[in-house]
Design a protein around this ligand. Sequence first.
Ligand code: AHG
Ligand code: MN
Ligand code: MN
Length: 334
Amino acid sequence: MAIMRGGGFVTVQQHIIDEQEDNSIAHSGEFSWLLSAITLSTKIIASYVRRAGLVDVLGEAGSVNIQGETVQKLDLIANDTLKRTLGYRGNVGVIASEEDDEAKVIADPSKGKYIVMFDPLDGSSNIDANVPVGTIFTVMQRQEGETHVDQSVLQPGHKQLAAGYVVYGSSTTLVYTTGQGVHMFTLDPQFGAYLLVRENLRIPEHVNQYSCNEAYLHTFPKGYQSYLEWAKDQEGGNCSMRYIGSLVADFHRILLKGGVFLYPPTQKNPEGKLRLLYEANPLAFIAEQAGGGASDGVGRVLDRQPSALHERTPLIIGGKQNVEEVLGFVKKHG
Ligand code: AHG
Ligand code: MN
Ligand code: MN
């Protein structure tokens, strides 16, 4: 149900302004202006996702991106939409996307104070099957005296000013944090506005459920294999399993209901498959703000010093105790 305040709904712009007393990025009103580019983009993307099959947005775009992945038409539509709307905001100086080879400088540091990085469409292999997909974004401060854009782009995740995602599922749901808790909004198609439905979300500390693509089980490092054997054992973890194959949808379920998502190193992706800067970092910021945890199997995701824009990382993310449970096996068995 939408939360009512002062006799009315609370939109995401209003929520940010309410937050702005004690919050740097929200304070200047700049974040609500910047976020309005993202909310506008996701409404446009949602309109295409909802009409997939009726309009020509399904299937492959006929190219391969820097990740070596076949690009879907909706990947490009989402990417172009976000770049166009963020480009007009004036306070965004650098844009980086999973779909583009390099970060793009669109304004000098004096005007373009913020960097926005995003996965325009996460889970794109699921689009044609009508399975939930999403958009993931993160906002960082441009570095003073930047001589090369990498100085601003390659910052550790704990420097994020804001992070969020939109899941295009049974409803279009926005979740974001600016470091003051995790808040959730649902797009009301009648108003065309994101309305507040949950505030200060907390991930349940421990739930007997894991989320992992076990097709690669035999190429996981030993520690992950022993965790999964234990988790399945009724005398052990006695877990159930859910796996959608769209990170943003698997994470959203865990944010609301608990459990743990793990994408370990594999033979195909020895560094892990998921991208540090615009998949793992934003979700790790949200997970920690909701009382959960996020690790790369060695340390805290948010402490990792990135060395490349499209750097990949293993990811263990979810309820605090669930994450510690996995790490216990990973650290013991390597
Ligand atoms: P993207 O569509 O942005 O490339 O991301 C896909 C990712 C992530 O959404 C999901 O968790 C993972 O790929 C699924 O990988 P597998 O198909 O190897 O399970
Ligand atoms: Mn993705
Ligand atoms: Mn993607």
